[in-house]
Design a binder for this molecule. Structure first.
Ligand code: GAL
Length: 717
């Protein structure tokens, strides 16, 4: 039986593929806005720390700053929790200490990011205006004493936030040492107070125009949900009509965006154009649509804390690529851990060497700044146990030396990296509507949409090495392959763009549950993949939640199997290709050109012999639908096939599994960052000789990496 090579035999072929990204024509290189920010005097790579001068007597600052400078720290973030210090009483401002802190940092050759302090309102504020406190879904108001206790919707809080941000901007908007602004800190919690509810109702009224239109689109005949008035609509973030839940998330996104605009409007009129405005986000956190939020921000920045107790470098790589996708250019790591945090059950430290690995990984994925949280252990407060560079005594802790090394290396390699950015030929689509919709109705307990994103990311990264993560509405023409792991909510606009991408020669892969929902989180009238079913020439006959794995076997290339247990691929005489778990869809082809490279083996009777994957060539392009959550090895082989079919190269083929390959480029040249994330020495063979930037060695095509070692290499002239 002829078998589509992509399913099994292509792994070794891919290894042999030497269509090197290193040899990409310079004309295809994107560098117009590569660098996150540009300052005449600041170095291209910045190393920074969160510094809280308000917590220490001014007499101690000099010692701190001298130690920072000795570690090559050239950036400090100040102020984001210092409201009670800046405005000790209503309307009475004290910025003298901040003037001194900025000037002192500048004397030590540091630039400054100022945080607006709105994540931690002062006690006088919440006492005077208790209506600004957030309320949870059960109607309980927050109390003072922690942080983030404000309502994101409160008009009064907006006025107060605007006032303090404006005061800061009037004072520092032209300060040559202040390079940018961080709004608030880690937007996270919604509020369900009466004002927020009223705003949600008004938001719905604006969106739908009439209650009749809302009833129609939400299909409220179901369970007698029909509304006469927007004010009747419940405001909850769970266990409601899926349309309501999705609209609440969109409302929350708009509210955070508006919350940001309020402060941007306070700062921008007084700030030099060279000062950027951003906020610090949190990886896969899905409390709002990060693409929508970043429309009003100048750069993307995130807080990189490892996702588990130990550093999983691929997991972390994906989050860098995600953040880079918010503005589709370089970004900043606004916070990262100097060893360990204090908020896990067991706060395991990074292995010696991994702090440096993480810093270089950030740069390799397009960061232009890496900042440690925090510089010095606070004398008291909730975070006394958190990792720092110096202790409460003001003297270095052991990790200081490793960070000092990073600082020296950033200084050394910075010029070569200036203006460069990762140049990906493949993109993974991240869609907040879809992640939310799947989260509301998992149907299979383990169907975590982020875990599924990561499952598709891993093999893409392993083979292509450079991957973009972008929204479904990003320009796609530059990518040879686009993978949408679960584009559950597929709007007509998105579908039209994806169809055009394929018709223009792009290769599109859709994962399970794609194209099921419309923009209202309702079911599409066509079966999955809904508006793309015709292009695929196939559809989902039925979906099944799995509580145990199902075998998957090589298909017969013909997608017309009936899926009733009598198809050619019923497992008899077929080598198992792998398995599906968590989720499996019984696929049906409806067009002669649509082929089924994989089928299910014996399973629940319904799936037996049915296609698990369908694919169709469309001109020079193709569309592929993967109907199951496949095991990692099988997905790896499939991915290798997709990349091969799309002629995507591997920049450094054959790199050892523990070695991460990152590539940044511009029209001048390429810079490769190699990171050995393992405890064994490794050797990497480069397709061409490159010049090491960290050491003094001559150009070579063989790189030896120590355990947890890093090499930064330059090609081109
Ligand atoms: C971040 C936060 C910082 C600090 C840090 C500790 O989420 O922005 O202020 O609390 O965590 O890991």
């Amino acid at each position: 039986m002829p078998r589509r090579p992509a399913t099994r035999a292509t792994f070794s072929k891919t290894a042999a593929l030497l269509a090197l990204s290193l040899a990409l024509p310079l004309a295809s290189i994107r560098d117009a806005h590569a660098q996150a920010t540009r300052y005449a005097d600041a170095p291209p790579l910045l190393l920074g720390a969160a510094w809280y001068p308000e917590q220490w007597p001014e007499a101690q600052w000099e010692h701190d700053l001298a130690l920072m400078e000795a570690a090559h720290i050239n950036l400090v973030r100040i102020g984001e929790f210092a409201w009670s210090r800046m405005e000790p009483r209503t309307g009475h401002y004290d910025f003298v200490w901040l003037d001194h802190a900025i000037a002192a940092a500048a004397r030590h050759h540091m630039v400054v990011v100022l945080g607006t302090p709105t994540a931690a309102p002062p006690a006088w504020l919440t006492q005077k205006y208790p209506d600004t406190l957030r309320m949870n879904e059960d109607g309980v108001r927050d109390e003072h004493g922690n942080r983030q206790q404000f309502s994101f919707a409160s008009r009064r809080y907006r006025e107060l936030a605007h006032a303090i941000a404006e005061q800061m901007a009037r004072r520092y908007g032209h300060d040559p040492h202040v390079v940018g602004w961080q709004l608030d800190n880690e937007y996270a919690v919604d509020s369900f107070d009466p004002e927020a509810k009223r705003q949600f109702h008004a938001w719905l009224a604006r969106k739908y125009g009439s209650i009749a239109a809302l009833n129609e689109r939400w299909a409220t005949a179901y369970w007698s949900q029909t509304y006469d008035d927007f004010a009747q609509i419940p405001v909850r973030a769970a266990d409601e009509n899926p349309a309501l839940l999705l609209d609440w998330k969109r409302f929350a996104s708009d509210t955070w965006k508006d919350y940001s605009i309020n402060q941007v409007d306070a700062i921008r009129p007084y700030a030099d154009a060279r000062q950027f405005i951003t906020t610090n986000t949190m990886g896969w956190f899905a409390g709002f649509d990060a693409y929508a939020l970043h429309q009003v921000l100048d750069i993307a920045a995130w807080d990189d804390y490892v996702a588990g107790e130990h550093y999983d470098w691929v997991d972390n790589a994906a989050r860098h690529d995600l953040t880079r996708g918010y503005k589709q250019r370089n970004f900043w790591v606004m916070e990262t851990q100097p060893g360990f945090v204090n908020w896990r059950a067991t706060n395991v430290a990074l292995h010696k060497g991994e702090v440096r690995d993480m810093a270089w990984q950030a740069i390799g994925h397009g960061a232009d700044a890496v900042e440690y949280w925090q510089w010095r252990a606070a004398p008291n407060g909730q975070e006394e146990y958190h990792g720092t560079l110096v202790g409460a005594d003001g003297e270095p802790v052991p990790v200081y030396g490793e960070i000092q090394q990073v600082g020296a290396e950033f200084a050394r390699a910075g010029q070569a990296l200036a203006g460069t950015t990762p140049q990906a030929e493949v993109a993974l689509i991240n869609d907040f509507d879809s992640r939310w919709a799947l989260g509301f109705q998992r149907h299979s307990a383990d169907f975590d949409p982020v875990a599924e994103m990561k499952a598709f990311y891993r093999p893409l990264r392993a083979h292509a090495q450079v991957v973009d993560v972008v929204s479904a509405l990003a320009p796609l023409a530059r990518y040879k392959l686009v993978v949408a792991p679960s584009l559950n909510v597929l709007t007509d606009v998105q579908a039209a763009r994806l169809k055009a991408y394929v018709e223009q020669g792009g290769h599109l892969v859709l994962g399970p549950r794609s194209g099921m929902k419309n923009a209202d989180n309702g079911l599409h009238p066509q079966r999955q993949p809904g508006p793309l079913a015709e292009l695929l020439g196939g559809r989902v006959a039925q979906f099944y939640a799995l509580d145990k794995p199902v075998p998957v076997v090589g298909g017969d290339g013909n997608g017309n199997g009936n899926g009733n247990g009598n198809g050619n691929g019923d497992g008899q005489g077929e080598l198992p290709a792998g398995s599906a778990s968590i989720w499996a869809e019984q696929l049906q082809a409806g067009a002669p050109q649509t082929r089924a490279p994989l089928r299910y083996g014996p399973s629940n009777g319904w799936l037996d012999g049915a296609p698990a994957v369908l694919t169709r060539q469309v001109g020079q392009g193709s569309i592929t639908y993967v109907g199951a959550w496949l095991d990692d090895a099988l997905l790896d082989r499939l991915t290798a096939g997709w990349l091969q079919d799309a002629a995507v190269g591997t920049p450094i083929p054959g790199a050892p599994a523990d070695v991460e390959v990152c590539v940044r480029g511009d029209a001048r040249h390429r810079v490769v960052v190699l990171i050995n994330h393992g405890a064994q020495p490794q050797q990497v063979k480069l397709p061409t000789a490159m010049t090491p930037l960290l050491g003094d060695g001559a150009a070579s095509s063989v790189v030896n990496l120590e355990p947890y070692g890093v090499a930064v290499l330059q090609s081109g002239g």
